[in-house]
Design a protein around this ligand. Sequence first.
Ligand code: SAH
Ligand code: SF4
Ligand code: F3S
Length: 487
Amino acid sequence: MTLIPELTILQPADKEAIDLPRTSEEELAVGKKRLYIESYGCQMNFADSEIVAAVMRNAGFATTSSPEDADLIFLNTCAIRENAEQKVRHRLKHLTGLKRQKPELLVGMLGCMAERLKTKLLEEEKVVDIVAGPDAYRDIPKLVEEAESGQKAVNVFLSREETYADISPIRLNSNGVTAFVSIMRGCDNMCSFCVVPFTRGRERSRDPQSIVREAQDLFDQGYREVTLLGQNVDSYKYSPPTPEGGVPDTPAAPPLGDGGLSFAGLLEMVARIHPDLRVRFSTSHPKDITDEVLHTMAKYENICNYIHLPAQSGNSRVLKLMNRTYDREWYIGKIDRIREILGEDCGISTDMISGFCTETEDEHQESLSLMDYVHYDYAYMFAYSERPGTLAAKKYVDDIPEDVKKRRLNEIIAKQLTHSAERNQRHIGQIQRVLIEGPSKRSEDFLCGRNDQNKMVVFPKGALQKGQYVNVLVTECTSATLIGEVV
Ligand code: SAH
Ligand code: SF4
Ligand code: F3S
């Protein structure tokens, strides 16, 4: 995977596009039309591509790992920063060449950039035939039919209800051990820098029965870890639509109170599926993560001791401009609470933005000093990128010069590298329980998997297999990886 220029540590939201593996199903799909999907952006987009693959399978399309073999190519796009969109524009140039050789090829744009630009995309990028926003995926087969008949096809309606709860995703590029499960969609937070509320619409939670069922099915198929996904998982809240409907009937389900099911309740339901099923979740907004969630994490061994708690800035004035709804002291209080309830070992990561509108040098120093206070295990770090239509774009001037943003970002990155290394060194001499995910990238003779705190651990292969839990004595580390031997 290549890193985008503004980062030295990989951000899921900027993972290189991944291709679909050539599955045996694909080999069997002779005569079917072929779909190639490339995903950009955050884990939610990758999870959505698995929903799209399922919808398209019902419409008679098999997936292929090669764009050259495809009758239909989808790019599931991200709009979070300008460079995320540039990457997609660049890719479209390549597809224009492909379409010249194969005029019947159809190209569809899905996801957040599609939602943001809507029909403008069709004007700007002639190669695009189909535009579908994140809530329009059930409609894609119809859009494809329209496009096949020579018309351009668009659906960018955002929904207040759509959660795709009843669609079983087709796992793409899967290691067969870890999987994402979407639990909510959209975001109601309106952080001033962020385009997501405009591209993903209003917050809505998926019904818990369908979530537990999906996680149980994954476990039955041999998966051993699920990550519950949402832009803001802690604001998960499910109330049955009718008094008769929607009440969970699984043995793992605590009863729904009048206030509906909270994220802590859902977490508990998923944790009770099986002690060997690890549960992770992402992302937590600092304002919403409750003591109840922290206590639930402490209560269940299989809920991983790791929280992604994006701070964005360490300065209260900047946080206010960002509309994050907490200040520095409040955030620090949350960190203290996590350490109190879950201990010093709980992994904590953050997202940081450098050079937000009007950020002064002193305020930037406060971001660095917040990092010193927390000692994050990991961080995703970005230079501020103004997004059209956001509150910040409307109200503030993007006045920090690019070179200053970059320099501040580099300081943030340098600090994080030392903290990551320190936090990793803590594990040297400890025995860590690791879920094996597969072969290590470095060498065939090594396997890798994550510990409880989400850190990648590499160790000699022996007779072990992916999907097993092993105890590894950590003997060395880098800022990114723990290295050890099985005990
Ligand atoms: N819902 C998640 C984050 C989603 S976007 C949360 O609230 O934490 C992932 C990260 O991208 C954000 O946390 C933020 O750090 C970064 N980001 C979002 N908009 C950005 C922008 N306009 N410029 C730079 N970074 C941005
Ligand atoms: Fe964007 Fe804020 Fe919502 Fe996260 S919580 S998706 S940063 S608006
Ligand atoms: Fe990008 Fe949309 Fe995710 S903007 S980060 S793909 S929600």
